[in-house]
Write a protein that binds this ligand. Sequence first.
Ligand code: KG4
Ligand code: ZN
Length: 353
Amino acid sequence: MTEKEETRILAIESSCDETAAAVVVNGRDVRSNVISSQIDIHTLYGGVVPEIASRKHIERINQVVQQALDDAGMTLDEIDAVAVTYGPGLVGALLVGVAHAKAIAWAKNLPLIGVHHIEGHISANYISSGISSVEDGVRKPDLEPPFGCLVVSGGHTHLVRVKDYGEYEILGKTADDAAGEAFDKVARAIGLGYPGGPKIDKAAREGDARAIEFPRGKVRGSVYDFSFSGLKSAVLNYLNEKKMKGEEICVGNVAASFQKAVVDVLVEHSEHAIREFGFDRFAIAGGVASNSALREAMEEACRRHGVLFYRPSPVLCTDNAAMIGAAAYYEYRRGVRSDWSLNAVPNLKLGER
Ligand code: KG4
Ligand code: ZN
């Protein structure tokens, strides 16, 4: 491949309930980042309804892609490759993005790059590391592998060793609920509604994290795997007990104590990985990485270990297409190309193609 000065990638993401498109240059320079959220519609049902998600993606994708090009001040003739999330996620939702990306790539004779959604989340750290990393007046170097990464989203909780661009070793994952799923379920139980993560984050600021002693989930025989279903049950039991006794619950205290139980476990496992693998850089990614308590606790833990800490800006933690454009650039440089048989793979594993 002859190396051009600029590789301009048009990226599309539609794996869940955001229709998103972005233009990213050389993996780190975001020229546009358009996100059309469907949250208002799914809120009515207390969670994402897959059928509705697919239909909304179809309605919106044309406009979102056009907006991404317009915001970047480019036409399709100036784009070098088209990238799209092809898994994991909701099959019908993924298909909309995959079909759209294929159509553009075919019509414009451009290379097509299928991207793993979690690889996208991890790669969000390549984008913002240069922007948000001035500490004590010293600019941190841009993030490059190898590093450790905690990926915490609505569907996944992975502790990952990023050995190189596109090379991942999963050290641990959840045995049951994902961290974001636990946030969403507990939020619903305490009447905060959907999506629960940001609402618990906010309610927790008014509460005392030491008020209620919730369990820190462990998985027998593994220091890296996670389990959140026991914690979720403990919160539900606590709420039931209070209700039976006719006692009021303090939403802030439940939110803060639950959040602390999740954050403690996430940080403890990450610290274990930092010690064992001697990472000198550690990153967090995924929707839950926008949680203020987690960001603070991980930053503090990394400082204690003398490790550089990276986290995307909150808008790049939750689903977006800029992160897909960042991941796609490094896949593109490695020579990865998808063909016209590219399909949605709802349970795609990290590191598989
Ligand atoms: O990465 P993401 O946008 O979608 C998936 O790939 O799953 O993550 C969405 C998840 C939801 O469960 C949401 O409740 C959670 O991230 N989340 C948060 C916060 N913001 C979003 N969880 C805790 N605190 C937050 N501030
Ligand atoms: Zn996601």
